[in-house]
Ligand binder design. Sequence first.
Ligand SMILES: Nc1nc2c(ncn2[C@@H]2O[C@H](COP(=O)(O)OP(=O)(O)O)[C@@H](O)[C@H]2O)c(=O)[nH]1
Ligand SMILES: [Mg+2]
Length: 443
Amino acid sequence: MFENLSTRLEKAFKTLKGQGRINDANVAETVKEIRRALIAADVNFKVAKEFTDRVLEKAKGADVIRAVSPGQMMTKIVNDELVQLLGGQTSDLQVKGSPCVILIAGLQGSGKTTFSGKLARHLKGQGRSVLLTAGDVYRPAAREQLKVLGSQVEVPVYSDDQNMDPVAIAQAAVREAKARGQQVVIVDTAGRIAIDEAMMTEIANLKKALNPTEILFVVDSMTGQDAVNTAKAFNDVLDFTGVVMTKMDGDTRGGAALSIKEVVNKPIKFVSNGEKMEALDTFHPDRMASRILGMGDVVSLVERAQATIDEEEAMRLQKKMAKNAFDFEDFLSQLQQIKKMGNMKDLLGMLPGVGNKIKDLDIDDNAFKGIESLIQSMTPAERAKPELLNGSRKQRIAKGSGRSVEELNRLLKQFNQMRDMMKTMNKMKGRMPGMPNMPGFPR
Ligand SMILES: Nc1nc2c(ncn2[C@@H]2O[C@H](COP(=O)(O)OP(=O)(O)O)[C@@H](O)[C@H]2O)c(=O)[nH]1
Ligand SMILES: [Mg+2]
């Protein structure tokens, strides 16, 4: 499911790889690629366009966080928009009324009867007493199918094989449930191959007579964008309360699932992914989005960075580096920012491609602790001017931090190397844009 879409989205983010910043040009290219990916997944054209417009808008206004790359930032933006596109929050089934009536609607073959059985099993698993109702009166096999499913999940089925009026049957089922003290009545109905007036009238009459708490529209996810038109037609007549996407185990490109909420503004409540009675899941927009992107870890990395990195502090440090004035105080501050994001192993593990490859590696967060305590034992003057550190000062610091003089010397050496590197980099930066000023260069 969604494999092609995932691959293409990943490709879209790659256009940002190696780019230092998000800018108008590279974002436009990425967004175009995302739109192509959505269209190829059979997402409704208008939905795809509006989606990418929103992504573009957000990307342009995005705060630049130095701790994450533009590709990671973009992944996070697309993820958030995907979650919204899929409905934002998980929408739970409402179970109220005595009994609570749940009406199942949809085209023939969409998976209504199968879903009715699954839903009965699901609700029974929550400790509710359920009555299934065979409301598809046109095919004898339909009532039989529901009875078989009912016995599989051990839920009683109300059926009146002589009666050809679905409304009368459903009303009788509700009376029976009341008499028996059953909490939920699920009404399976007949579908047609395509939208037709007789079917719409029948389902509308059922709605009027039963006043259901939930009307669930069942749709085959393999039908792609067509599903959108069907959903619209059903919603116009029924004003249904939720959507059930079936056959998500097939090789659906995902277009229906991604378009439907935007078009009818009704939440997807369940996904069905197999013929077995257990193959039913509550729909979670956030989980689905990270499944589509295959990059849930990057998303949480960006979230953590957003929550913890102090942008002003990062700017200040960068300015100090540019002036070759980076000192131990700054070093400490940088260490602390990194530490706030979590332990090193967790952070590394979140990067795509690293994942559990490092699970056996022993990454020592205590290495940081030693450095920290050494710096903390320095006086402010020493932190600002490491040159001050002579033999006796080193002795004092080693003693105060509980570390050795060798460790301190190692830290000093590394720190000096780092400063030299920054200096070299600053020099290079200073020279490069200055080319026209080079001696002998024609002005
Ligand atoms: N693979 C798969 N098959 C399904 C799923 N839901 C239903 N089916 C199959 O689709 C066919 C039609 O389902 P049915 O419930 O009879 O549809 P109805 O006409 O809407 O009642 C049956 O063969 C079901 O076994 C699903 O989630 N995955
Ligand atoms: Mg059926």
